[in-house]
Write a protein that binds this ligand. Sequence first.
Ligand SMILES: [Zn+2]
Ligand SMILES: [Zn+2]
Length: 127
Amino acid sequence: MKKERNTKQKKVILDALIAMGHPTAQELFDYLHEQNPTLSRATVFRVLSQFAESGHIRKITMTGSDARFDATMKPHAHMLCVNCGTVQDAFVKDFDVALCTDELHGFKIYSAELNYLGCCKNCSGNS
Ligand SMILES: [Zn+2]
Ligand SMILES: [Zn+2]
């Protein structure tokens, strides 16, 4: 029985992550807690780090923000609005074409963390 409950909890957490985009663990917990008062903060944090370790989701580290989680595994960069904190995806063809290929010294890139800081459309429209 316990195993079934765990599987259900994991699905609930993963679905919420997909719906939210790039939440921090705390934001995800706040969101889930409304519909699932029995779901504990410790469970949400544990499941997120298990998913990140097993490569199901990505953990994104950003300057000036807590770690965020992302269910999109396709290589992409992130654009962070310094005003409202919104995070949006920016898809890139290949991380190595963004670099000078000569400078790679034969290094093969598997993944990259690329974050752009700036101002989103909503915020720049208001100024
Ligand atoms: Zn903004
Ligand atoms: Zn993303």
